[in-house]
Each structure stands twice: as C-alpha cells, then as structure tokens.
Design a protein around this ligand. Structure first.
Ligand code: ADP
Ligand code: 5GP
Length: 189
C-alpha cells in the first residue's frame, strides 16, 4: 500500500475538492496532498491545510531549488505545484497521497508513478453546470471565473488520458463510484 498514489483531476468547479474530502472522511487511508500555490487564499482557506500559500517569488525560488515533483502555471501568472517534502511527509505517516491537480499535473504524475498511480477524471454533467457551480461557489471574481471557464474546454478534452472518468451529476453517487474504484486499487497487491 505504501507506494500507491491517487490522482484526481478535472476542470475547476467539477467537484474534485468536495469529492476528495468526502473520500477521506469515509475512512480510506488517504492523505490530501497539500499543494503550494502563488494564488491568494480564499476566505476560509487555511495555510498548510488547503494549500501552502507562497508569494510568486517564493514559488519561483522553490522551482529553482528543484523542490517540486511537478508544477504548472495553471492560469497566466498563477502557479500550483506538488512539493517533494509533502509526499515524504505523507509516506512517513504510512498513508496514500491523493492529489487534487489540474489535468496537465495529473498526466505528469501518472507518467512519474505509472502503475502505482490511479488517475481519476471528474466530469461535470455539462459546461453550463460547471459555470453554475463555479458561480454558486462564489469564490472568484468575474475575470478569474472567465479564465477558468476558458480553460475548461481544453481540460475536458483530456478525459481519455485518465484511468477512469466519473461523472459528477449526483454528488453522493459520484462519491460512491470513486470510493469503490479507489478501494479496489488500494486492495490490489
Ligand atoms: P473543484 O475542486 O473541482 O474546483 P469544488 O469541489 O470546489 O470543485 O466544487 C465546486 C462547487 O460545486 C462547490 O460549491 C460544490 O459544493 C459544488 N458541487 C460539487 N459537486 C456537486 C454536484 N454533484 N451537484 C451540485 N453541486 C456540486
Ligand atoms: P483552485 O485555485 O481552484 O484551488 O485550483 C485551480 C486548479 O489548480 C485546479 O484544477 C487544481 O486541481 C489545480 N491544482 C491545485 N494544486 C495543484 C498542483 O499541485 N499541481 C497542479 N498541476 N495543479 C494543481
């Protein structure tokens, strides 16, 4: 179990953060891999729990020091990345890291960890639903929201590169489906 990884990717607003937290709460031996980001924290986000919030300069210093397993400029000027020492911490606790990453990061992690990694793509029922969810979440201003929607079509086209696609229409059903797929993967030798 100790050398397994679970990757969850999707366009912003598809529901991956909600699903990941529900899976951890259901008792799977997963630990959320806290990424670093150069974006501003949202209200209610906690440094070290949701993200490690860094200035752009700090983020770039960590790139230069080779501290990331992977990183992406997900939106222009906004960086996100998985820190090597975060994975070491989770491994030392005997848990399986679960990543909430964009599609490029998801494909990169799958290339690094190969069969040791399970990659899930969370798909919204439609682009209209995705927009509704992002608007209801009410965490981004209009300009940032437009950037996220603009990127969504590209991200949706990357679905074939993932091991499983889960349609997040009914949230509880999507959580159950993800739970079963991950449990089977963790139970395998
Ligand atoms: P992501 O992490 O992919 O950006 P979130 O988990 O933040 O997405 O979900 C985006 C918004 O959509 C949140 O407000 C969440 O409560 C809501 N949401 C998630 N799944 C569903 C669903 N199946 N039906 C309706 N709303 C949902
Ligand atoms: P948000 O700003 O909504 O928290 O995240 C925006 C996007 O960045 C999401 O698609 C999220 O999955 C992605 N993301 C978060 N952390 C990482 C990371 O460490 N690496 C990569 N490549 N993407 C990330």
């Amino acid at each position: 179990m100790s050398d397994k990884y679970v990757i969850v990717s999707a366009p912003s607003g598809s529901g991956k953060t909600t699903i990941i937290h529900a899976l951890i709460a259901k008792g799977l031996p997963l630990a959320f891999s806290v990424s670093a980001t150069s974006r501003q924290p949202r209200i209610n986000e906690i440094n070290g729990e949701d993200y490690y919030f860094l200035s752009l300069k700090e983020f770039k210093n960590k790139i230069a020091n080779n501290e990331f397993v992977e990183y992406e400029e997900v939106y222009p000027g906004v960086y996100y990345g998985t820190l090597k020492n975060e994975l070491e911490k989770i491994k030392s606790e005997g848990k399986v890291p679960i990543f909430d990453v964009d599609v490029k990061g998801g494909m990169r992690l799958k290339n690094i960890f190969c069969d040791n990694a399970l990659s899930l793509f969370i798909k919204p029922p439609s682009i209209e639903d995705l927009e509704k969810r992002l608007r209801n979440r009410n965490t981004e201003d209009e300009e940032i929201l437009k950037k996220r929607l603009k990127r969504a079509n590209y991200e949706l086209s990357m679905e074939p590169h993932f091991d499983y696609v889960i349609i997040n229409d009914d949230l509880n059903r999507a959580i159950e489906e993800a739970y079963k797929i991950i449990k089977d993967f963790l139970d395998k030798n």
